[in-house]
Design a binder for this molecule. Structure first.
Ligand code: GLU
Ligand code: MG
Length: 371
């Protein structure tokens, strides 16, 4: 299901599958389905339906205005000549392959959606559809597949702080044991929730900035990687609320100092072989991987319009904060925009990749990966 556009009436067998899933979900105490996408400004938007409506959603989608693609991050609205009017409707189609029971939101399941028009055509502003088509095109035209992962950094604040004030919920040092202890119960619940939801967590650690933590996850196909970055943030929010905490994924929570990144890890593969390892080009890359990295480097200033898109993104992009402000690559350097990750001897064939650093979580992950 994840590989193709939705079809009005449902893809072959899809409605039957949704009907079966409805019974399973109901049996697990799931009452409602969160149907999620990310708008152009990087905000996750949702519609929800009762679990009993899953088969109808698989067949005919769920309605939502196309206007959200012209919402800005503060919910103000711009208009363009093609998008941004009060007219029209879209259909949100849940991807049943990614349907996930939410461990930290009892009674709810979640699925990312593709958006198509009432006539059944792909919605041009559906970032997930854009990414899926680009990934398919790379495979068809060039025989290249990609693997990707989105790092998630966030700041944890006290839930009883006044108004919108950010008061760090923990006080220990960067990467400090004290900080891990201070968030112990919440962090354990987070790991349990992510594991229950099938998210392959690689690491969880206290980060540098006030109240900051990070989760990194294993590489997946690009669409799945973007889906998981949305799901991981939904889960972090939900677990944190249950612990009376508030969280921020903003690129610069305090407007100064180290910010929250959303670094992308990318690798290009051909015939099941990682092109970033075992080659004769620099740092063990194959010539093809080196060309791919050079292409990203060459287009990097323009790419940041999509990878670090908000005014606040510019507050994060400062030297000496590992945000990747220098248009350069380097072997395992955390200060260059592009870190060539060679991995450890013995596992390079699966571990070597490209880390792109001038990326934050204000980005739409689908558009960032597509670009
Ligand atoms: N917080 C840094 C950033 O804004 C990244 C730190 C790290 O390399 O994990 O990108
Ligand atoms: Mg980090």
């Amino acid at each position: 299901m994840s590989e193709s556009d939705p079809v009005p009436g449902g893809r072959p067998g899809e409605v039957e599958r949704a009907t079966a899933l409805t019974g399973e979900l109901t049996g697990q105490g799931v009452h409602g389905l969160v149907l999620a996408y990310v708008d152009t400004a990087g905000i996750a938007r949702v519609k929800t339906v009762p679990t009993a409506k899953l088969a109808a959603a698989a067949a005919w989608g769920v309605g939502m205005s196309p206007v959200f693609d012209t919402f800005l991050a503060d919910d103000s609205i711009v208009a363009t000549d093609v998008l941004g009017s009060p007219d029209g409707d879209l259909r949100l189609y849940p991807d049943l392959d990614r349907l996930t029971v939410l461990a930290a939101q009892p009674g709810w399941a979640w699925a990312p959606v593709d958006r198509i028009t009432q006539e059944g055509a792909p919605h041009p502003a559906c970032g997930r559809t854009v990414l899926r088509r680009i990934v398919a095109g790379a495979a068809e035209r060039h025989g290249i597949t990609f693997r990707a992962a989105v790092e998630v950094e966030w700041a944890v604040g006290r839930g009883d702080a006044d108004g919108d004030a950010f008061v760090p919920a923990v006080s220990g040092p960067a990467y400090g044991a004290a900080r891990q202890v201070e968030l112990s119960d919440c962090a354990a619940d987070l790991l349990a929730a992510l594991a229950a939801q099938g998210v392959d967590v690689e690491q969880f650690h206290p980060e540098y900035a006030a109240g900051q933590f990070e989760v990194s996850v294993g590489a997946l196909g690009p669409v799945a990687a973007a889906d998981h970055s949305v799901l991981v943030r939904q889960t972090i929010r939900a677990v944190s609320r249950r612990h009376g905490l508030r969280v921020s994924f903003a690129p610069a929570v305090l407007g100064q100092g180290v910010g929250n990144g959303g670094h992308l890890h990318l690798s290009a593969w051909r015939d099941g072989t990682n092109l970033h390892a075992g080659g004769t080009a620099r740092y063990g890359m194959t010539a093809e991987a080196e060309s791919f990295v050079a292409g990203v480097l060459g287009h990097l200033p323009a790419l940041t319009a999509l990878t670090a898109p908000s005014p606040a993104s510019r507050l994060r992009l400062r030297p000496s904060q590992w945000a990747g402000v220098f248009t350069a690559w380097g072997r395992e350097t955390r200060e260059a925009a592009l870190r060539i990750v060679t991995g450890t001897a013995g596992i390079r064939d699966r571990a070597a990749n490209l880390e792109v650093k001038p990326v934050d979580l204000a980005a739409n992950p689908y558009l960032a990966l597509a670009s």
